[in-house]
Design a protein around this ligand. Structure first.
Ligand code: UD1
Ligand code: UDP
Length: 370
């Protein structure tokens, strides 16, 4: 039996690791072990419940006002004990969070190989996204197996001198989408059920990034308020991240505005099916930049850079920056220029066919049986 330990801690990692965990559980030559750090608590538990995953280990780390240092320390110390006890043959981490980097480092200190899922994305700006760009680079240095979503991600790793064990496999987020989206879907969230989604055009919005907190998030919110005021058939639904630093900015600007609906974070099935019904997506989230294009929804990216340039090049997304006027103009154009809108719906999704988890499981088996 090959002992494979998947470690994750935040909502997006959980969503993207869940299809892989499910695949590993099915594989009889693998013993799948799940360890959550709970860098997020409620938002992580929502995903665990939805995918019916019961972690074998839970560091239960989340604290209000947690800092990067406190998360890193908590993961490093907590993982050391767990890794010594469980003695996995390989540790899988995902993407670019502090959980991912610190868990990879903890495994490295015990000389346990690391598999990096969603490897090789780069913005080439150390401070944006912060600290995710550096988390991802450092995890890449530590990892033995690199599961890269695209050829570009593969090239990025090669350009850093990493040449072995890079596998282009697509993104597991498409696997998660494939599992859940359907036309007859009934929303679980009571507030979502009550929204008049059949009326008008709906923008699904999220914004939470650390580098956008404060004045940039204010500008984003003001742009959205102007849009709704100026385009009468537009409605906005915004599931607001639980971080108080996000909520304290968003609610004063957007709460109570006609046709803007602020709701709590929703389950991922609800989210995916909401995206399916959207006209346009405004976001600074990484995951949404991958999911919306796969559902043929144009994305306005509320950031100055992206480590996912594939979606911009494929004409699935526009990089709008973080200034009120620019965001307003770009979104308005997409709402008023039908030809432009259609051109963005028509192109291909760059993240694979939804069979990424199978490929990763197979590669792990091959690695240990060669
Ligand atoms: C983290 C990741 C970011 C990822 C994001 C996804 C790092 C450094 N950041 O950022 O890459 O895009 O998750 O959402 O790893 N909170 C709750 N309940 C929850 C989750 C969060 O109350 O379920 C609140 C807590 O007060 C917590 C705060 O949000 O202290 C911030 O959480 P944290 O994980 O530190 O930062 P994120 O911005 O969520
Ligand atoms: N998501 C969700 N419920 C919400 C908001 C987002 O399930 O209320 C999902 C979304 O579909 C995507 C992931 O969470 O799969 C993105 O997570 P987040 O924006 O927190 O992080 P990022 O992708 O920026 O790292």
């Amino acid at each position: 039996m090959i002992k494979v330990m998947s470690v994750f801690g935040t909502r997006p990692e959980a969503i993207k690791m869940a299809p892989l965990v499910k695949m590993l559980e099915k594989e009889e030559r693998i013993q799948s072990i799940v360890c959550v750090t709970a860098q997020h608590r409620q938002m992580l538990d929502q995903v665990l419940a939805q995918f019916d995953i019961s972690p074998d280990y839970d560091l239960n780390l989340m604290k209000a006002g947690q800092t990067l240092t406190s998360i890193t320390n908590g993961v490093l110390e907590g993982m050391e004990t767990i890794l010594k006890q469980a003695q996995p043959d390989i540790v899988l981490v995902h993407g670019d969070t502090t959980t991912s980097f610190a868990a990879a480092l903890a495994a490295f200190y015990l000389q346990i190989p690391v598999g990096h899922v969603e490897a090789g994305l780069r913005s080439f700006d150390k401070y944006s996204p912060f600290p995710e760009e550096m988390n991802r680079c450092l995890t890449g240095r530590i990892a033995t197996l690199h599961f890269a979503p695209t050829e570009r991600n593969h090239r990025n790793l090669e350009s850093e001198g990493i040449h072995e064990n890079i596998f282009v496999v697509g993104n597991t987020v498409i696997d998660a989408l494939r599992m859940k989206v359907n036309d007859d879907y009934l929303f679980h969230d009571e507030k979502l059920r009550q929204l008049p989604l059949e009326k008008g055009r709906w923008i699904v919005m999220t914004a939470h990034r650390r580098e956008n907190l404060g004045p940039r998030l204010e500008q984003i919110c003001r742009a959205v308020r102007r849009l709704v005021e100026d385009v009468p058939d537009v409605h906005v639904v915004y599931p607001v991240h639980l971080n108080p630093a996000v909520r304290n900015t968003v609610f004063p600007i957007l709460d109570g505005v006609d046709r803007i609906h602020l709701i709590d974070p929703i389950e991922v099935d609800d989210m995916h099916n909401l995206l399916k019904r959207a006209y346009l997506v405004l976001t600074d989230s990484g995951g949404l930049q991958e999911e919306a294009p796969a559902l043929d929804k144009p994305v306005v990216v509320l950031r100055t850079e992206t480590e996912r340039p594939e979606v911009v090049e494929a004409n699935k997304a526009v990089l709008a920056g973080v200034e009120e006027g620019k965001i307003y103009q770009i979104a308005l154009q997409l709402l008023t220029d039908a030809k432009l809108y259609q051109s963005m719906v028509a192109s291909n999704n760059p993240y694979g066919d939804g069979h990424t988890s199978e490929k990763i499981a197979q590669i792990i088996l091959n690695f240990f049986t060669k």
